[in-house]
Design a protein around this ligand. Sequence first.
Ligand code: HGY
Ligand code: MN
Ligand code: MN
Length: 418
Amino acid sequence: MTGGQRVSSFLHPPCPLAEAARQGLRAGLEALAPIGRDPGTGGYWRFSWTPEDQRLRAWFAARAEASGMAHEQDGNGNLWAWWGDPAAGGAIATGSHLDSVPGGGPYDGPLGVVSGFVALDLLRARGVPPARPLAVVAWCEEEGGRFGVACLGSRLATGAIDPDQARALTDPGGLTLARAMREAGADPGRLGPDPERLGHLAAFVELHVEQGRGLGQAVGVGSAIWPHGRWRMGFQGTADHAGTTRLPDRHDPMLPLAQVVLATRSAAASHQALGTVGRVVVEPNATNGVAGKVSAWLDARAPDQGRLNATVEVIRQVASRAAAEHGVGLDFEQESFTPRVELDAGLRRRARQVLGGVPEVETGAGHDAAVLASALPTAMLFVRNPTGVSHSPAEAAGEDDCVAGVLALAGLLEDLSR
Ligand code: HGY
Ligand code: MN
Ligand code: MN
């Protein structure tokens, strides 16, 4: 063992609990598999405060009860399952999210929640009651797939977004978050900072499927999360007849959009950043009509703030020039932003000691662990994704690697709960 290493017995193959881990993972992922799944594409459509979300919440409650854990839904819609009395403080929480992007994959989020429950079951099977309370958490609307703000539940809990602003967020159909919550039987008046629950926590550890191709072995430890944000670009032109409106007379918002999409790619490439326009709403979206309005969303990320700012600024300037060139109005508004987060150095060290020589992974993917880092020490474990593809039905994770992830999580939680 290298200096300071105390590799967990969970990591000493063959771990007698590995089969229990495998069965627990299978049971959890299979129970979730049909919820919100498009039978045609295999993609997942799981958005907060929808019927699919209600089924996910019901699964979480039943899963907690199956493990003899008390469970609750906080005012922000986040789900908590407790082993031990939270009021004792110093709790170690693990978990992730259950919602998906439109057409998402089966592991992004759920793997962390299922693995959290299974890891605690393994500790319980050891018969050693933890010296601290332990919790499994499912954060609400992590993807922002319905209301547009990523990590909404953890941002609300940490006070990173104003509750009134959140209540007014609308989904693509124009329904506000407040209305959607009420229709789902939740009280939007309870949205807001949750210092009491976060005050119970000493650390949060999130296990997540890798969303890239950087992990050369089953499990890795997160080191940092890139700064990233989302900007809404609104191009206001003039709807008109496709067959009678002369080209010089048009104010066509599709043209500045086209220029911005290409500029997004070139600006990102020249700043070693990532820029994506993956969502566009065209109004009125008629085949034989010049568009009236185009809304498009920019997702931009970079290893550091300077490169991110420079990338977005280039794109903003192109949008402004192109809109003016075509007599189109422009509004360019930041919808959410997360600064670069270095995950907790002490937790990373503990993870490396407990897990042995696992690689560290920096990621451009956003996670609740990054948002929560403003309130408490957080860590991430990543499980290899052989395809590297995510936010797609092609997202994958081998069962052996997922078992290794659960054993690693159990080992780390056991170490932290001492
Ligand atoms: O967008 C992200 O990086 C994350 O999946 N919410
Ligand atoms: Mn995701
Ligand atoms: Mn995720």
